[in-house]
Design a protein around this ligand. Structure first.
Ligand code: FE2
Length: 376
């Protein structure tokens, strides 16, 4: 079956029944937030902007808020072993707990979602400090992941009420990351259609594109994926599930190590991927490796690109083209001990798709890593 592009991500919807302005923040539960915060600052170029913990009157946890352009990452760790956050980390390892969505009316969005079948994570509440008021509520999605709905229209503090402003204690060199392009979930076998339907029914998302195991398979493993997108196209959630292959797929490996469905990767956009990846490599970030042979015929497939192919090859950046333009992309290796969450860096030159032409090369690269881990 061919990949089907069912709808353009930029097509305005006539009626958006679940308006979302964009990604508000992404919160990871981690084992050691202080040290993770250093990684995000030193290696990924994020600025430290806010904090809560014992010094601010919060006794059971610490949270570091880091920001680069429009991307806001929250790193939270528990201060006692029986805490829900500590249990989450024991079960899943470091991982994404919250994909928070920025809305104008959190109460209305929450009630709409729950009426349409979403499971409540917490009901709406308002919280305020000297900087104003924020209203939040949350619903469950796949695995232990939740969507917090955040209305910050009456707030001008550094993050949320209760957080204090902080600054990095040494000069940060941003790497050019601009905004969240898409967030990918891995779900269990048979779960993909269920979660696509959840986003369609509950949040009014539309199916953007379908990849089956013919599109995404190597000699050994396969997966299937469907991408859903919200009314204004700013939120894109690809949902992957494993497909039958000769060996264990990367999705099964993820599910084994994360021990449930969860966020697989966060794709962040840059305007200059050569500069961004050069800086990240210099900072010690390691990326998936694609053999040099990839570059021998890549231009036959994608046609003319503005960038210098030798530079892309030296950095191992991949190229793909669709009917709207081309894109450049690269995947980091996992960013924690377990082979679970990683980042994708993406630069779009018109293309609205997800790099289908690179799937085979990328998945073979992941399989080489699986082989080294003994999990293929
Ligand atoms: Fe991606």
């Amino acid at each position: 079956m061919e990949t089907t592009l069912t709808q353009s991500s930029q097509t305005p919807q006539t009626q958006d029944t679940f308006p979302i302005n964009g990604t508000d923040h992404i919160e990871l539960y981690v084992g050691n937030a202080k040290q993770s915060a250093m990684y995000y600052q030193a290696a990924l170029g994020f600025e430290w902007v806010a904090y809560q913990g014992p010094e601010t009157g919060v006794r059971d946890r610490v949270s570091y808020v880091l920001q680069q352009d429009k991307i806001r990452i929250v790193l939270t760790a528990a201060l006692s072993p029986d805490h829900e956050i500590a249990k989450h980390v024991a079960e899943h390892g470091d991982g994404v707990k919250v994909l928070a969505l920025w809305v104008d009316d959190a109460e209305k969005a929450y009630h709409t979602a729950v009426e349409r079948g979403a499971k409540s994570a917490f009901p709406p509440f308002s919280t305020e400090d000297a900087n104003g008021k924020v209203t939040m509520a949350a619903i469950h999605t796949y695995g232990d992941t939740i969507h917090t709905l955040v209305d910050r229209s009456q707030y001008n503090g550094p993050f949320l009420p209760g957080y204090e402003a902080r600054k990095s204690v040494y000069p940060i060199k941003p790497v050019g990351l601009k905004y969240v392009d898409h967030c990918v979930g891995n779900v269990e076998l048979g779960g993909m259609n269920k979660w696509v339907k959840f986003y369609e029914d509950v949040m009014g998302f539309k199916l953007l594109v379908t990849f089956d195991d013919k599109d995404i398979s190597t000699e050994y493993t396969a997966l299937m994926s469907k991408v859903v997108s919200n009314g204004n196209g700013y939120i894109k959630f690809p949902i992957n599930e494993p497909a039958k292959g000769r060996k264990k797929s990367q999705i099964e490996e993820y599910l084994d190590f994360y021990r449930s469905a969860g966020v697989q990767h966060i794709a962040v956009a840059t305007d200059d991927i050569i500069d961004t990846v050069s800086r990240m490599r210099a900072n010690g970030i390691d990326f998936l490796y694609v053999p040099e042979t990839y570059y021998e015929d890549v231009l036959d497939r994608v046609g003319h690109i503005e960038e210098n192919l030798e530079e892309l090859k030296a950095l191992n950046i991949l190229i793909d083209r669709d009917e709207d333009g081309y894109l450049l992309q690269i995947f980091t290796k996992p960013i924690q001990d377990r082979p679970t969450v990683f980042f994708e860096i993406i630069q779009r030159a018109g293309a609205r798709s997800f790099g289908k032409g690179n799937f085979k090369a990328l998945f073979e690269a992941i399989e080489r890593e699986q082989e080294l881990r003994g999990t293929l």
